[in-house]
Design a protein around this ligand. Sequence first.
Ligand code: ADP
Ligand code: MG
Length: 245
Amino acid sequence: MSLLQVQGLRKSFGGVQAVQGVSFALQAGELLALIGPNGAGKSTTFNLVGGQILPDAGRVLLQGQDITGLAPRAVWRRGVGRTFQIAQTFASFTVLQNVQMALLSHDRHAWRWWRRADAHRPQDALALLEQVGMAAQAQRPCSALAYGDVKRVELAMALAHAPALLLMDEPTAGMAPAERLALMQLVQRIARERHMGVLFTEHSMDVVFGLADRVAVLVRGQLLAEGTPQQIQDDARVQAAYLGT
Ligand code: ADP
Ligand code: MG
């Protein structure tokens, strides 16, 4: 069974048909890149999967269970994590505290910790920071970090919830090319280790074709093609419509 199945998703905003019957599947441990020009409907697709917006039609299945129309928090609880285009951390808190708060946010007994978030599972937070290569900076405030490192902290925060599926809408926006590849290599390694599926958008074709297991191409709200990086690069329709070669 696929980790994620998107079936015939549709969404219009007024007269704009942002997503027009999009279907794809994603397996556990796999990186699927959703690419396409600006306005193609990538973010709308992410928001439909994450529950931020409701589809006009179609279904989203997670491990075979229908999660269509669930609220974002309910989707998150079922194991769908997210990172954002602009990394979201608490700037004045330390790296460690940020991850501790992320761990706290899905603790059913969080209220017991409301005065002492600092004391909450520091070892678990540190272990997550080790996974993303940020343990050495655990005591620094996030405001003092380079942007690429903030992205790593955000990744650790998303992993705190042990998601089965991670949604990353333009995770490397604002980063230098070398940093982009490094961040997504890290994501790939973690996806393999945890058997976690990753759906991501990315403008750097080096990252897309170098790291994704499969690529889906969205143009004007429709899926133009889907396949391995090699199949997509060789696809004449994709070249004509998007890659511009
Ligand atoms: P992408 O992420 O691929 O750049 P989006 O999903 O953000 O594309 O947008 C797809 C289309 O839907 C665009 O034409 C965009 O202007 C429109 N759109 C997206 N969100 C909204 C919204 N909340 N209200 C109105 N139009 C929207
Ligand atoms: Mg977008």
